[in-house]
Design a protein around this ligand. Sequence first.
Ligand code: ATP
Length: 266
Amino acid sequence: MTDLRVEGLQVAYETRPGERLVACQDISLTVASGEFVTIIGPSGCGKSTVLHCMGGLLPPTQGRVLFGGDEVVQPNPHNAAFVFQDYSLFPWKNILENVGMGLTFAGAGKTEIAGKAAEKLDFVGLGEFAHALPRELSGGMQQRVAVARALAMEPRVLLMDEPFGALDEQSRRTLGSDMARILEQTQRSVVLITHSLDEAIFWADRIIVMSARPGTIIEEIEVKAPRPRDLSMMTEPEFQAIRVRLFDLIQLQQAKKAPQPLAGGR
Ligand SMILES: Nc1ncnc2c1ncn2[C@@H]1O[C@H](COP(=O)(O)OP(=O)(O)OP(=O)(O)O)[C@@H](O)[C@H]1O
């Protein structure tokens, strides 16, 4: 079953009156139920733009996004919830309140919010920090709070934009293995943007590789390794072969990334 379908997506930003910057174009892809898709590509190629369209945060200039067959025209966190790099926690709210924030915005009742928020906080192993403020937690812990907040909405798809980007290597690893457990237990579909070749391969059922801007899909690579996976996977020849392929593709795209003039008009 397909959760998300992107058809012929193009996004052009109006940078100044009469000037448009085409961020991505001709993007067509699907995300099946329970599938883990990673997106990788040179900086500025439109990865976040595509993700924002998938979650209804941004309208496409051309093409459309379908969720379970219905066109996505606005965010619906029960369908797709975001986890961003900067956690986006409210500093003056305690951790439990932060986890319940999405539900609060969605108009859920107090009892439901408290129950679900506490359950998801326990699930990410932070139950004892319910009454702490975000600044009392490490970066990795704050990101787990952001994951709990997204999971509290019980979305069918998690859209994750460089969620480990701000973390040090050790926190990335710890959060990475926590996430593996969480995702395997919750059976969500996930779309993850990353700049890390290793992360792109380790997590993925399928890797989508984008060209330099305007970003298009230049390759899709299936990763057939069974789950659950552990770090020893990275020493396997199949992993290394995909890594070399990704490295070459990205290098080529980086080299093509000469400064591009802005497109005028349509
Ligand atoms: N709101 C906006 N207005 C104008 N241009 C924008 C806007 N948002 C993004 N862009 C431009 O669109 C292009 C794609 O940006 P986007 O953030 O989607 O790329 P990305 O691949 O996610 O980048 P990175 O890997 O560096 O995070 C970039 O050239 C960016 O400067």
